[in-house]
Design a protein around this ligand. Structure first.
Ligand code: 4FV
Length: 249
């Protein structure tokens, strides 16, 4: 899968994406990341890419021409219907479902804003433009958002993770939070690892993990449980979890 990132600070991204499983996936050509700097498409002699906002107000706005030039360059050797993702707080909230959808594509263009934002007309005139936000907070640039999306998508591409199962057991895979994880030592500060996990009984282990995922999701993200159609078995497991919590308290 090929990612093309339009950014004024390519090094900012490569720093976070050249390590770990994403770095390995690049080396193994499972994914490719190309950085395109809009400054190379600035039409004025001092190569500036920003200007004062019409209507006044603080800060600067990224000009349309350098961005449109960079997007045109990015689209050169890829099919016309490639989505162009504009990272901004005004976008649709990114989630695992969107990550799965993107992981099925061959190409993805991501545009990282800076300063107060970009000239809105760039989004208006760009074919297949999508605005996406990684959360209700304001960053100083879209780079961190772009690398978060590339990381979340690349993990879902077969071969990126050592064990495919990892991605299949990720949080939000079935719209549930993850179950708790433990490793050696068996006892830490007099807290033992749950007995079932050292029982070797894999049915019991899987049921315990599903119960934990259901219970923790109910406690921490009731919105996810609301949105989810629980099977009778899941209903019973959640019931069991809540009774155990009540008995503990
Ligand atoms: C952002 C977000 C974000 C806004 C102005 C960069 C900044 C500057 N992008 N999800 N939250 N972007 O805060 O994606 O252009």
């Amino acid at each position: 899968m090929k990612f093309k990132v339009i950014t004024l600070f390519p090094e900012n991204l490569s720093l976070s994406l050249d390590y770990g499983v994403i770095g390995k996936a690049q080396k193994e050509k499972i994914i490719e990341i190309e950085y395109i700097n809009p400054r190379n498409y600035s039409e004025n002699n001092n190569h500036s890419v920003d200007d004062k906002p019409y209507g006044g107000g603080p800060g600067m706005v990224i000009k349309a021409e350098p961005l449109l030039g960079a997007i045109e360059c990015a689209k050169q050797d890829i099919p016309e219907n490639c989505p162009v993702v504009f990272l901004s707080p005004q976008g649709a909230l990114f989630d695992q479902k969107q990550a799965r959808a993107f992981s099925k594509l061959n190409n993805l263009i991501l545009v990282s804003g800076r300063y107060e934002g970009i000239d809105e007309r760039v989004v208006d005139v760009t074919v297949n433009a999508i605005e996406i936000s990684i959360g209700n907070f304001v960053l100083s640039g879209g780079e961190i958002a772009a690398s978060a999306i590339i990381d979340a998508v690349a993990r879902l591409i077969p071969g990126t993770l050592g064990d495919e199962l990892s991605a299949l057991q990720d949080s939000f895979t079935d719209d549930l939070l993850d179950y708790p994880h433990y490793t050696r030592p068996k006892v830490l500060k007099s807290i033992s690892v749950p007995e079932v996990l050292v029982s070797g009984d894999h049915n019991a282990i899987n049921r315990w993990r599903l119960k934990q995922a259901l219970g923790r999701t109910f406690e921490r993200r009731p919105d996810l449980i609301e949105a989810k159609e629980l099977s009778d078995d899941e209903q019973n497991l959640l019931q069991e979890y809540q009774e155990e919590i009540e008995n503990k308290s």
